[in-house]
Ligand binder design. Structure first.
Ligand SMILES: Cc1ncc(C[n+]2csc(CCOP(=O)(O)OP(=O)(O)O)c2C)c(N)n1
Ligand SMILES: [Mg+2]
Length: 312
């Protein structure tokens, strides 16, 4: 799990640098600071369990086992990318590992993946489906409609709210009358759980319980993970970041990766500085390979714009 969290962080550090260098197109939203949520949740899932992501989706993709080369190539707009270079950062998907897609429409994924939960139930499969979404998305219609139907039909769903306190520049306090998103679960008759989203053990444990409940046919759980993004809303240079500097610094002290490293080092003889350094080097080498793979790949041909579309 530590390796996966570090992979997310290093992948995004590189994606951000390459975006600012003009090598990556579109927009890039970084997940840095929130890694324990994706990795803690996906660590409690099987390969055939399905997830859906958001506009901030690199972490979910990596945590569910997506291929770094194809992810980076998608950001680089190359034909070897997950969407043949036509989707970019917000549209990686890999059905083979149960990653149904990132999504540029805030809250759009919540109802789609609830359909995946319904499919699992109708097929009589023991799969579960997981929706990742933000605090901002929890104010949108699809959140409420999906929780209502999933609770009524006892769908094998887990709704994971990544409450990073902001939707773009807007504080959650300005748009929620309730302090906690998890409190909304009561309105749908399902459990609502609050966890420290920077504590991978807490996230994992809450997910294990929610998965058991979903597989047993008892219906959905809403898990609210309190977390924080370290970087601005997107990587666009010059955009305002109205968040207080002290707040950002305080959350950085609760770095989910450092917390896990400290924990592992505290386990006698289990994890040394050298091992951590070696792991980080291996992660960086994998990111470097993904960039080399992307740079060696071709851009899609112009006629590719007319392929893979539903109407012509
Ligand atoms: C339907 C829709 N409305 C508005 C936007 C513009 N937008 C992109 S991200 C975002 C904020 C989302 O906040 P939140 O759900 O908390 O996720 P976070 O970015 O904090 O991870 C907004 C308003 C959008 N992409 N889609
Ligand atoms: Mg948010």
């Amino acid at each position: 799990m530590l390796r996966l969290m570090q992979t997310i962080r290093r992948f995004e550090e590189r994606a951000s640098a390459d975006y600012l260098a003009g090598k990556i197109y579109g927009v890039v939203h970084c997940y840095i600071g929130e890694e324990a949520v994706a990795v803690g949740v996906c660590g409690a899932l099987n390969r055939d369990d399905q997830i859906i992501s958001t506009h901030r989706g690199h972490g979910h993709c990596i945590a569910k086992g997506a291929d770094l080369n194809r992810m980076m190539a998608e950001l680089y707009g190359r034909e070897t990318g997950y969407c043949k270079g036509k989707g970019g950062s917000m549209h990686s998907a890999d059905f083979g590992v149960g990653m149904l897609g990132a999504n540029g429409i805030v809250a759009g994924g919540i109802s789609i993946v609830t359909g995946a939960g319904l499919a699992a139930q109708m097929e009589g499969k023991k799969r579960v489906a997981v929706s990742f979404f933000g605090d901002g998305a929890s104010n949108a219609g699809p959140f409420h409609e999906s929780l209502n139907i999933a609770a009524s039909w006892k769908l094998p769903m887990i709704y994971v709210c990544e409450n990073n306190l902001y939707a773009a520049q807007t504080s959650a306090q300005a748009t929620h009358a309730m302090k906690d998103v998890a409190g909304r679960a009561a309105g749908y008759g399902i459990p609502g759980v609050i966890v420290d989203g920077n504590d991978i053990f807490a996230v994992h444990e809450a997910t294990v319980k929610a998965v058991e409940r979903a597989r047993a046919g008892d219906g959905p759980t809403l898990i609210e993970c309190k977390t924080y993004r370290w970087r601005a809303h997107t990587e666009r240079p010059g955009q305002p970041d109205y968040r207080p500097k002290e707040e950002i610094e305080a959350w950085k002290k609760s770095d989910p990766i450092q917390r896990l490293v400290n924990h592992l080092k505290g386990q006698q003889g289990q994890f040394s500085d050298d091992e951590w350094k070696k792991m980080d080097e291996e992660v960086l080498a994998a990111i470097e390979r993904s960039v080399a793979f992307s740079e060696a790949s071709a851009f899609p041909k112009p006629q590719a714009a007319l392929e893979d579309i539903f109407a012509d």
